[in-house]
Design a protein around this ligand. Structure first.
Ligand code: NAP
Ligand code: G4F
Length: 331
């Protein structure tokens, strides 16, 4: 039995599918009844059980964990959009940082034998001190989001060391899919390309094209989360493809795949440039590959193409007024 916070997010929806396939009874935390991401789990209705709780409210989390008494908890809920963390650093700190403390406390109080996964992030490496980044690379976060994730990361380590809990952190590099939120750059691009292809827009407005990321495919990454909770010993792992590409390269490939030239459509808005940027991320996941047997199955080109294809199909469906269960009704 497993409890997943953030089940309506990109990763939560894929993790729920994976756990169901493995025969788990799956409970998911939703923060409200009209959860914005409910379109991602609509196809799982009747197969997963939802509990209402908020990462900002300890009592609600204790109640949720107590109600289902899972053997595994995956803490995926967060305010996860980096620019929003400068707009409201207090909210981000409360949910993305202190929310981890509340989840760990809820687990410890109900049953410290429950295995706990924390969704840590490559954003913690920030201004990187070595290339590629591995489990020993020092953290230097560059946003309130990154700072909050460092707090959650070290608190998970601390609960493991203080209470002997099976609490692990997955330091996951960027992972994407057709279920990615529209505010994140890869989906903004694939969705923008689809709308341009269908003649609904002509321009796509972006920020820093020089930033480099190690982009993988989200379903591969939720498998790593599960593998981490099946180990003999609780250990933290970097999960990454080991390849890095710029936002410009992603943009170029996405337009090219749709038979378009990005230079005809992309405009830069300096307002989208961040107060402090993470210039380069590329992960060394050799520890996970050796100890967990994990490896990515989708490369950069395949990722770009599958996202563009999915959005071109989804926009076509919307134009034909046929409902899609894979993208939000509003887009
Ligand atoms: P996502 O799509 O933004 O999903 C975040 C989830 O958190 C949503 O279900 C959201 O539901 C929920 N949530 C937000 N505030 C909440 C609150 N106060 N109480 C309860 N639930 C709340 O994120 P994702 O891409 O799936 O990522 C999953 C986790 O991995 C996040 O912690 C993220 O920071 C981390 N991560 C992601 C990546 C990546 O590349 N995707 C990489 C490294 C780490 P509502 O909005 O409806 O409340
Ligand atoms: O897609 P992004 O918003 O993702 P970012 O900031 O790397 O964060 C994501 O990955 C983290 C893991 O490393 C997660 F922890 C986090 O929760 C989230 O899932 O931006 C990627 C890059 C940035 O350098 C940004 O400056 O794309 C650049 N960018 C350029 N134009 C843009 C845009 N980003 C967004 N969102 N929108 C743009 O128009």
């Amino acid at each position: 039995m497993a409890l997943v916070t953030g089940i309506t997010g990109q990763d939560g929806s894929f993790l729920a599918e994976l756990l169901l396939d493995k025969g788990y009874r799956v409970f998911g935390v939703v923060s409200s009844d009209d959860d914005a991401g409910s379109w991602r789990i609509a196809h799982l209705e009747g197969r997963i059980e939802l509990l209402t709780a908020d990462l900002a409210d300890l009592d609600s989390l204790v109640e949720a964990v107590g109600e289902c008494r899972p053997s595994e908890v995956y803490n995926l809920a967060a305010q996860s959009f980096v620019p929003a963390s400068w707009i409201d650093p207090l909210h981000t700190g409360n949910v993305t940082g202190l929310g981890v403390a509340r989840m760990l406390e809820a687990v410890r109080r109900i049953d410290p034998m429950i295995r706990f996964y924390q969704a840590s992030s490559s954003e913690m490496f920030g201004k990187v001190s070595e290339v590629p980044q591995n489990e020993s690379t020092p953290f230097y976060p560059r946003s309130p989001y990154g700072v909050a994730k460092v707090y959650g990361h070290y608190l998970t380590v601390n609960y493991r060391e203080s209470y002997g809990m099976f609490a692990v952190s997955g330091i996951l590099f960027n992972h994407e899919s057709h279920r990615r939120g529209l505010e994140f750059v890869t989906r903004k691009i694939s969705h923008g390309v689809a709308r341009i292809k269908h003649g609904l827009e002509d321009k796509l407005v972006l920020g820093n094209l020089d930033a480099r990321r190690d982009w993988g495919y989200a379903p591969d990454y939720v498998e790593a989360m599960w593998l981490m909770l099946q180990g003999d010993k609780p250990r933290d792992y970097v999960i990454a493809t080991g390849e890095t590409h710029s936002v410009r390269e992603f943009t170029e490939r996405a337009f090219e795949h749709a038979g378009l030239d990005w230079k005809d459509h992309v405009e830069i808005d300096k307002a989208l440039i961040r107060p402090a940027e993470v210039d380069l991320l590329v992960g060394d996941s050799s520890k996970a590959r050796a100890e967990l047997g994990w490896q990515p199955t989708v490369n950069f080109r395949e990722l770009v193409e599958l996202m563009v294809d999915a959005d071109i199909d989804a926009v076509a469906e919307e134009l034909g007024n046929r409902p899609s269960t894979q993208t939000p009704a509003s887009t």
